[in-house]
Design a protein around this ligand. Structure first.
Ligand code: LMR
Length: 332
């Protein structure tokens, strides 16, 4: 008995030191700054996951596209060169999961309450499940915020967009949205936005205040319109082969860490965006303009038809479900 427990203790010590020397490494790559809702969520996950697994897992964070840009990071995940990402929901179309573009439909999600209802319910789960056929497991949704428009001219009426070259993420819905406003959409990687604005490759863009501020977009754009016409959020994803091969107890610990990091990320997202908008205002480099209710109504008239024209791509039923869940969250 004594010998047995001695052997067991020795084996435990041996295993612990083997893990310490040889931890399971999770490379978590993303495109935004560390000082953003996603960047901070990733940092929180790292801390929680490493503590919960007592050093058996090491999370390496690679923010700011330092490892891969938008398109490459998804390829890298499928190839197993990185294990974890949190791409914006607007970037899953090129992967062949175009239903995620439902989140890009203008005005589909009127509030964070509607968003939470969709993401935490069966609709969100079913969307994440769709990733499995691509060799990807979806672990969670992380929030960023509502989008504003920027350009070097005021954008107050839909007619102001005419002929303006607007950077978009790789989403057909965003392409349709910009065309509905009369703009010329251009897909560009997030890391290329600042330079494209500086050199005039594009005239403007849409993004959350946090992304605009941390990429210094406000330094190369004279006008920002607070429009909240759409939303940016993320799916935290892992390579399925890697995930399935993890020891079960490690996977359970990581799941727990992800749940807590998700609560944290979703809790800080709006505050981060509010602070970023305030910082943009204070910088004095961009004129910040908030649409009046009448102007908002004109944007809605121009943009709501996109929900109809994108039915074939996204699925009529999915769009209807989103609208129904949104109405329920608003108590309608
Ligand atoms: C963008 O490309 O504008 C965003 O998806 C970046 C991000 O990850 O928030």
């Amino acid at each position: 008995m004594k010998l047995q427990s001695l052997l067991f203790a020795a084996a435990t010590v041996f295993a612990a030191s083997a893990y310490a020397q040889n931890p399971i490494v999770i490379k978590f790559s993303h495109v935004v700054a560390a000082d953003t809702p996603k960047g901070k969520g990733a940092q929180k996950f790292k801390e929680l996951a490493e503590a919960a697994t007592k050093g058996r897992v090491k999370i390496e964070l690679y923010p700011n596209s330092q490892l891969y840009k938008d398109k490459e990071e998804l390829e890298a995940l499928q190839l197993g060169s990185v294990q974890m990402l949190a791409p914006s929901l607007s970037k899953f179309g090129p992967l062949g999961v175009k239903e995620f573009e439902v989140y890009d439909l203008p005005y589909i999600l009127p509030s964070k309450a509607a968003l939470a209802r969709v993401n935490e319910g069966p609709v969100g789960k079913a969307l994440l499940k769709k990733l499995e056929s691509k060799g990807i497991v979806g672990l969670a949704f992380w929030d960023n915020g509502f989008k504003e428009m920027t350009a070097n001219k005021p954008l107050r009426k839909p007619a102001d967009f005419k002929g303006t070259k607007m950077r978009i993420q790789s989403s057909k819905v965003l392409d349709a949205q910009m065309r509905a406003l009369g703009a010329n959409p251009q897909v560009l990687a997030f890391s290329e936005v600042y330079q494209a604005m500086q050199t005039g490759v594009v005239d403007g863009s849409e993004n959350t205040p946090s992304n605009i501020y941390t990429q210094k977009v406000h330094e190369v754009q004279k006008h920002l319109t607070v429009s909240d016409h759409g939303y940016i959020g993320y799916a935290v994803i892992v390579n399925k082969k890697f995930w399935d091969a993890l020891p079960a107890d490690v996977r359970t610990s990581l799941d727990g860490a992800m749940k807590e990091a998700t609560r944290y990320a979703n809790d800080i997202a709006q505050k981060e965006n509010d602070a970023a908008l305030e910082a943009i205002r204070k910088s004095g480099k961009t004129e910040v303009y908030t649409l009046t209710p009448q102007e908002k109504a004109a944007w809605r008239d121009a943009l709501l038809p996109v929900q109809k024209t994108m039915e074939e791509r996204i699925g009529k039923e999915l769009i209807a479900t989103f609208n129904k869940e949104a109405a329920a969250a608003e108590g309608k």
